[in-house]
Design a protein around this ligand. Structure first.
Ligand code: PBG
Length: 336
């Protein structure tokens, strides 16, 4: 049997949103630079998640809203890699797919965006009753815990849509919370009022936020080699640890889990520090853990995530997550 001709064209799959296409450009440019002998094409597709902007995200039953259809194309061979926002990638992938090394992370923090025309400078300044736009259970729970005098209201759609809903003259919102990364990549830095972190507001970000998830077929050695060349190990190990934490807690993408991960230099060299929090949706219960550890491989990154998960469970995370799960099951049995 003749061996198949070596591949000369590599196809990159992506969602069709403006942000997804910009992120795909970053990967395509890096691959082109490191592998000039190949041609790189983009295959873009609207996903179920893009097409449905009315149902609240947490009410979707399929967790793989953004990823499933593109994965089918990759498993079928029409696409060689998929560029995702890592935050939207489920912690469990189809058995024949995996994430490769990823590129340097954009700013991972959440930010406060104030409605056009208002002059508030920080979350702390907002008067009681101000309405914060977000559809994220993680952001809602953390706000309820730290800023119980604020109200939260759903705001859906891609980043541009959310900004127009916020700024509309008759909008109910005072502000919205978004990921810095999306705004920065879309050249909307001027809309950022305050970067939120553990120190200034107690707000931690989502697992994988600000990073790209580059998914490939497990057995595709060419793509493994290519991504090794453009990969940034500080980012790759940090996000592997975060995803291992989330997978261990089994909360899926709707877990009210916040993290803040940073490489810190100590006397014994570079270590990974992870702050983490799980908050009940009403903000009443909260589990926290901060762990510093040696992380210098895929294995140690994943083990570190499990260590952080155990510390969170020791602080009560299990009860909070079980309660959320119970409520979900109760809701489902009422509606069906
Ligand atoms: N939840 C949707 C989503 N998925 C990825 C980003 C952009 C930021 C990123 O890459 O993490 C956003 C927007 C947001 O949360 O404001």
């Amino acid at each position: 049997m003749a061996t198949p001709a070596p591949r000369t064209t590599i196809t990159i799959g992506t969602r069709a949103s403006k942000l997804a296409l910009l992120q795909t450009d970053l990967v395509q440019a890096a691959l082109k630079k490191s592998h000039p002998q190949y041609e790189f094409k983009v295959f873009s597709k609207e996903t179920a998640g893009d097409l449905n902007t009315t149902i609240a995200l947490k009410d979707f039953t399929s967790k793989n809203l953004w990823t499933e259809e593109l994965e089918e194309h990759m498993i079928g061979g029409q696409v060689d890699l998929i560029v995702h926002s890592l935050k939207d990638v489920p912690t469990l992938l189809p058995s024949t797919c995996t994430l490769g090394p990823t590129m340097p992370r954009e700013d991972s923090r959440d930010v406060l965006v104030v409605k056009q025309g208002l002059t508030y400078q920080s979350l702390a300044e907002l008067p009681a009753g101000s309405v914060v736009g977000t559809s994220s259970i993680r952001r809602t729970a953390q706000l309820a815990r730290k800023y119980p005098h604020l109200k939260v209201q759903d705001i859906r759609g891609n980043i541009g849509t959310r900004l127009s809903k916020l700024d509309a003259e008759d909008s109910p919102y005072t502000c919205a919370i978004l990921a810095a990364a999306g705004l920065l990549r879309l050249d909307l830095a001027d809309r950022i009022t305050q970067y939120l972190d553990s120190k200034n507001s107690g707000m931690l970000y989502a697992v994988g936020q600000g990073a790209l998830g580059i998914e490939i077929r497990k057995d595709d050695t060419l793509l493994h080699e290519m991504l090794d060349k453009i990969g940034d190990w500080n980012t790759t190990y940090a996000v592997l640890a975060e995803r291992s934490l989330l997978r261990t807690l089994e909360g899926g993408c709707s877990a009210p889990l916040g993290v803040e991960t940073e490489w810190v230099k100590g006397a014994e060299g570079k270590k990974l520090r992870m702050r983490s929090v799980v908050v009940s949706v009403d903000g009443q219960k909260c589990a926290e853990a901060e762990v510093v550890g040696d992380v210098d491989s895929v294995e140690t990154a994943e083990a570190f995530g499990i260590t952080v998960a155990k510390a969170l469970v020791a602080d009560g995370a299990g009860e909070i997550l079980e309660e959320i799960q119970r409520n979900k099951v109760a809701k489902e049995s009422v509606s069906s």
